[in-house]
Design a protein around this ligand. Structure first.
Ligand SMILES: O=C(O)C(=O)C[C@]1(C(=O)O)C=C[C@@H](O)C=C1
Length: 301
């Protein structure tokens, strides 16, 4: 996990949580800011960066669906994961008081992670989504907006000359975001430390397939840590005709599963061989070491 010399793409500008996640995943790396998630994928594909670090889920806001879709559209491999405690602050220009505010801007995930606290603070403000948290602070500073606050990190406040009006405004003190690290090549799975494996699959045989897939893991005592479903882009709807009652329209999905085993283990290989029998499409997104760093609630990342 030593990141010296490594160029790591992240979405956002300096001060974004994704930049902190890049630093946690690869200490001493050169963090490369990107406008959009897709640009971070492309930076690795075009050898502008060696790795990308992208958020996939948050304990309050849930999954970051865009990145699930992009994992499928691109051919990069998950080579690691990192969990970052996320501690949000309400930032405004120096001298601005809460009573002056008419608007709060931030990344949609950050807005949703602070939804209840913003209401509790009694702020009568419009909430507007922008590309990233630190970018919101930068925008307010660049345009001298005295009626607008940003939700962002304490580091963003320092970088863009903002004051912290409220500290720790996430709705839960143990707010944490899980990021995955992506590379052009997969790593070789091992068995000498806890590994996780991420897969995505689709099927065309009706709803009982999902039960069969899950039992392939359950029978082998393999725990699942996450299931996500996304619309099947090429085939979103399946029509099932019944002459008596008409036509049912079933939604079709791509299923994403994370399970706690390494692809170097025979039980994982057997589980996937079984899953392959029931599915029309199966891809291993990566088999990688689990983030086992001791838990500490957010402290101002
Ligand atoms: O906007 C940022 O600072 C980001 O790094 C993005 C992001 C996200 O997409 O979830 C990362 C961590 C937090 O959950 C909030 C925002």
């Amino acid at each position: 996990m030593h990141g010296s010399q490594l160029r790591v793409a992240y979405q956002g500008v300096p001060g974004a949580y994704s930049e902190a996640a890049a630093g946690k995943a690869y200490p001493n790396c050169e963090a490369i800011p990107c406008d959009q998630f897709e640009v971070a994928f492309q930076a690795v594909e075009l050898w502008i960066a060696d790795r990308a670090v992208l958020p996939v889920e948050n304990s309050l806001g849930g999954s970051i669906h865009r990145n699930y879709d992009l994992l499928l559209r691109h051919r990069l491999h998950i080579v690691g994961e990192v969990q970052l405690p996320v501690h949000h602050c309400l930032l405004a220009l120096p001298g601005v008081r809460k009573e002056y505010l008419t608007r709060v801007i931030s990344h949609p995930q950050a807005l949703s992670q602070c939804e209840h606290t913003l209401t509790k603070l009694g702020l009568n403000v419009a909430r507007e989504a922008v590309d990233d948290t630190a970018g919101a602070a930068e925008y307010i500073a660049a345009n001298d907006l005295r009626d607008t606050a940003a939700i962002a990190s304490a580091r963003a406040a320092e970088l863009y000359g903002m004051q912290v009006l409220e500290d720790g405004i996430q709705d839960d003190s143990s707010n944490v975001t899980r990021f995955v690290m992506l590379a052009r090549e997969p790593i070789i799975p091992r068995t000498d430390r806890p590994f996780k494996t991420s897969i995505v699959f689709a099927h065309d045989k009706g709803t009982s397939v999902l039960f069969k897939v899950l039992s392939a893991f359950a029978f082998r005592n393999i725990s699942l840590t996450k299931i996500e479903s996304r619309p099947h882009r090429n085939r979103p709807i399946r029509l099932v005709d019944d002459a008596n009652v008409g036509t049912a329209k079933h939604f079709e999905y791509m299923f994403y599963i994370d399970f706690e085993a390494s692809m170097a283990e025979v039980r994982a290989q057997n589980a996937l061989a079984e899953v392959q029998e029931f599915t029309s499409f199966l891809r291993v997104l990566g088999s990688y070491p689990m983030d086992m760093t001791p838990w500490s609630p957010s402290r101002g990342e």
